[in-house]
Design a protein around this ligand. Structure first.
Ligand code: HXC
Ligand code: NAP
Length: 300
């Protein structure tokens, strides 16, 4: 055998919301040189790593979340690790005016925005029959409305005249009706539909719009909330064709591809990054309800 590494080898990652201690470039380090990206939910998890990988490829960033302290600390780490500029701003994607203020601030600082990553989301396990009307609405408000709000504001204020790229972080939950996930699955399915509608309407303005749907990704709040530890302990990764969870750097590399000129003719599609997981992972109502009720008992 040659000494070449296998083509499904995971890149470096760290489980916490910290920058990578080492990074091996696979793409040209100047891939996003001179670009600016606006990321919702960029203070933690997948959004944080996307910001880092974009910055390592020459991009400046604005990261937005509700918790100003969290995004401020994240921006300090990102600047220190990459030497690029990163502005931390507080906004709630459910409130258009707070997003308009953040976009205006970003444009005042950087004079341009090339890439929007709609990554902010909310989720928890809950059977549909136990979900309050408000709980369902809150998740759709953050995920779906938040994605529309940010996309429309960026289009109005910059992309209509200058072109741009939108990446919507969605999920595979609706593909086979994942149990205890009607709220998030519905919200993300609507986002994938929005991706196609906006790609068609905004293509003539040179705006590319794509979704990126991760599977189970280690070192994330999503994985913690959706029973990642229990899944790992139960050997559930063996159900995934690639036999492991994904990592945040892998998702960030997908976002980097979609953001870059490598994807110059890609719009209106969904890049699924889940190791094949959605096709083979279990979707058992009774077992999932048992897990949920034991978690609920523990939290009381
Ligand atoms: C049932 C719940 C609940 C839970 C909240 N609610 N948590 N219902 N089970 N665990 C209900 C509340 O009772 C309330 O309904 C309504 O939801 C709104 O709750 P609030 O706490 O008032 O909302 P808010 O402060 O806006 O917070 C939103 C949130 C919260 C989604 C509930 O968890 C959040 O801010 N999450 C952000 C971080 C996050 O979720 N990250 C993971 C993303 S991962 P009532 O009726 O009482 O008013 C992800 C993975 C996807 O998306 C796919 C993975 C494979
Ligand atoms: P995370 O760390 O909780 O990321 C969510 C981010 O969104 C947080 O930084 C949060 O910051 C921000 N946010 C939440 N509500 C907001 C609001 N109303 N306005 C502005 N910002 C808000 O979770 P993650 O696991 O990395 O998930 C990131 C994305 O990947 C999400 O879209 C998720 O659905 C998707 N995804 C994750 C997985 C996974 O395995 N983790 C799988 C599939 C899809 P504040 O709390 O400070 O606002």
């Amino acid at each position: 055998m040659s000494e070449l590494q296998s083509l499904d080898k995971a890149p470096e990652d760290v489980e916490t919301d910290d920058c990578l201690s080492s990074y091996t470039y696979l793409y040209n380090p100047t891939l996003l040189q001179g670009r600016m990206a606006f990321l919702t939910g960029g203070g933690s998890g997948i959004g944080f790593r996307i910001a880092e990988i974009f910055m390592r490829h020459g991009c400046d960033t604005v990261i937005v979340g509700r918790n100003l302290q969290r995004v401020t600390e994240a921006a300090e780490k990102l600047r220190a690790a990459t030497g690029r500029r990163c502005l931390a701003l507080s906004a709630d994607v459910r409130q258009p005016q707070s997003l308009i203020d953040a976009v205006e601030e970003a444009l005042k600082t950087f004079s341009r925005i090339d890439i929007l990553v709609n990554n902010a989301a909310g989720n928890f396990l809950c059977p549909a029959s136990s979900l309050s009307f408000n709980a369902f609405k809150v998740v759709l408000d953050i995920d779906t409305m938040g994605t529309f709000n940010a996309s429309k504001i960026l289009f109005d204020r910059f992309f209509r005249d200058n072109g741009g790229v939108i990446i919507n972080i969605s999920a595979t939950l609706s593909y086979k009706g994942q149990v205890l996930q009607v709220h998030a699955g519905s919200a993300k399915a609507a986002i994938d539909a929005m991706t196609k509608h906006l790609a068609v309407e905004w293509g003539p303005s040179r705006v590319r719009v794509n979704s990126l749907a991760p599977g189970p990704i280690s070192g994330t709040e999503g994985m913690r909330r959706l029973g990642g530890a229990a899944a790992e302990a139960a050997g559930m990764w063996n159900n995934i064709p690639l036999q492991r969870a994904g990592n945040k750097t892998e998702v960030a590399h997908g976002a980097l591809f979609l953001a870059s000129p490598l994807a110059s003719y890609v719009t209106g599609t969904t890049l699924v990054m889940d190791g094949g997981s959605w096709m083979t992972s279990p979707n058992h109502l009774t077992a999932s309800l048992d897990l949920w009720s034991s978690e609920m008992k523990k939290s009381k």
